[in-house]
Design a protein around this ligand. Structure first.
Ligand code: HEM
Length: 489
């Protein structure tokens, strides 16, 4: 390994001294969002660690991250060639692969427009303003019925187990034009195990950086490979079905619209074909994967916070009674009438910071940040958890307080406060599902708050310690729920 020459006027990156072979793995430990936040206090917003033999730059602080991802966006928009990423979507993932900038940009544009058109498509009846609203309202109702059924049979339920199927059904509806039963074995086993996916691709997994670890037996890695295989087989079966029933005059869902795009490209003599059909249609794997794991994790955390803060749960119910009532299902246009609910969602995302780091980035050329030199192809971690818990930005950051996001009279959400939070990334790689995610979270939660009261199991303390991964989950747990009755008003 040759030391790169540091250009004049720039400084070398600060950071902890690495040990031979393992680098700083021991200091990073099993909760990198805490250890790397602590290191940022000592070394500043831009510092370097070494995982194994590979240097990794860690960025913290809202201004520094904004400078890198927005002002110097192109230089920080790449993805590193990490070992685990090659198994995701057969190495053809939009979010994780090392696609060249041009190919990635074209795929991202396609993904974004397919997602947008199928979310905003008119609902099947005028009752719904768009397809997204229709899917969420219907799945929300199924979820309530399902939770009642499980409560009757078992007296308690694991929130994530049921929420994840409902959320997966919304994105399945848009991507594949179909939904699955809560007992559908193949789908349930696929979506319920998404934490095993997240544990491997979370920032700082030593096996991504230390080659020898790949040859040691690892049950986590085995499960990761298995879940990727099963995921690809599941989607491939649906895609094959779509090809055999494809009708250009009846584009049923996102899969059809991507197949249609490939067909059009073949007819267009001027088109600049740089992508295989597989890379185009494979976009649906990313949309499906990202579309259920993130939102179900957020929703499951929201239910945990409702149980942990029962007075807040009552205030949210009261806000629903006063501003929407109990005679109809809430809809998206109710959002401005439910500021406390929106503030509660923001605070759940900030406090849990369940996506503590963005997907790792990579520099596309030699660059500098805050006066420090960063060479081309350096892996970069962006610590969203640090930004969401920075005492410079937030009063009492460790306190769960949705009111921090409300105007002083409590009638509106303070948009500027909301924008300080970072959960969807920023700049060129910013999440393309953000609008859908915010709508979906709001509507699912509004439906749950209106219909159910969530409670702990007496004598069983709630454990809110997250399990580290790309998306951090709460531990599997059991809760109770009772139907709200009109007498409670
Ligand atoms: C990327 C957060 C929901 C699709 C990302 C990133 C984050 C994120 C942090 C990485 C940004 C970066 O690398 O800098 C979230 C959160 C969600 C959510 C917190 C829900 C609460 C969704 C949904 C979809 C989606 C619903 C699609 C249906 C994607 C895709 C990327 C991405 C395709 C990769 C973008 C790229 O690499 O260019 N998301 N996301 N996400 N998200 Fe989301």
């Amino acid at each position: 390994f040759f030391r790169t020459e540091i250009p004049e006027g720039l400084r070398p990156l600060p950071g902890p001294k690495p040990l031979p072979i393992i680098g700083n793995v021991l200091e990073v430990g099993s909760r990198p969002y805490l250890s790397l936040t602590a290191m940022s206090k000592r070394y500043g917003d831009v510092f370097q660690i070494q995982i194994g033999m590979r240097p990794v730059v860690v960025l913290s602080g809202s201004e520094t991250v904004r400078q890198a991802l927005i002002k110097q966006g192109d230089e920080f928009a790449g993805r590193p060639d990490l070992y685990s990423f090659q198994f995701i979507n057969d190495g053809k993932s939009l979010a994780f692969s090392t696609d060249q900038a041009g190919v990635w940009r074209a795929r991202r544009k396609l993904a974004y427009s397919a997602l947008r058109s199928f979310a905003t498509l008119e609902g099947t009846t005028p009752e719904y303003s768009c397809m997204l609203e229709e899917h969420v309202c219907k799945e929300g109702e199924y979820l309530i019925t399902q939770l009642q059924k499980v409560m009757k049979a078992d007296g308690s339920f694991d929130p994530f187990r049921h929420i994840v199927v409902s959320v997966a059904n919304v994105i399945c509806g848009m991507c594949f034009g179909r939904r699955y039963d809560h007992d559908h074995e193949e789908l349930v086993s696929l979506v319920y195990l998404s934490n095993e996916f997240g544990q491997v691709v979370g920032s700082g997994n030593p096996a991504d950086f230390i080659p020898i670890l790949r040859f040691l037996p690892s049950s986590t890695m085995k499960k990761f490979l298995d879940i990727n295989d099963r995921f690809n087989t599941f989607v491939q079966k649906i895609v094959t079905d779509h090809y055999s029933t494809f009708d250009k005059d009846n584009i049923r869902d996102i899969t059809d619209s991507l197949i249609d795009h490939c067909e059009d490209r073949k007819l267009d003599e001027n088109s600049n074909i740089q992508m295989s059909d597989e890379k185009v249609v494979g976009i649906v794997n990313d949309l499906f994967g990202a579309g259920f794991d993130t939102i179900s994790t957020a929703l499951s955390w929201s239910v945990m916070y409702l149980v942990a803060y029962p007075e807040m749960q009552e205030r949210l119910y009261q806000e629903m009674v006063d501003n929407v009532g109990l005679d109809r299902t809430p809809v998206l246009t109710d959002k401005p009438k439910l500021p406390l609910l929106e503030a509660f969602i923001l605070e759940t995302m900030r406090h849990s910071s369940f996506l503590p780091f963005t997907i790792p980035h990579c520099t596309s050329k030699d660059t500098s940040l805050n006066g420090y030199f960063i060479p081309k192809d350096t892996c970069v971690f962006i610590n969203q958890w640090q930004i969401n818990h920075d005492p410079e930005l937030w009063k009492d950051p460790s306190t769960f307080n949705p009111e921090r996001f409300l105007s002083p009279d409590g009638t509106e959400v303070n948009k500027l406060e909301g924008e300080k939070m970072m959960v969807f990334g920023m700049g060129k790689r910013r999440c393309i599902g953000e609008v859908i995610a915010r709508h979906e979270l709001f509507l699912f939660l509004a439906i749950l708050v209106q219909k159910l009261k969530f409670l702990p199991i007496p004598g069983e303390p709630l454990d809110m310690t997250p399990e580290y991964g790309l998306t951090m989950k709460h531990k599997p747990c059991h809760l109770r729920a009772t139907m709200r009755s009109r007498d409670e008003q």
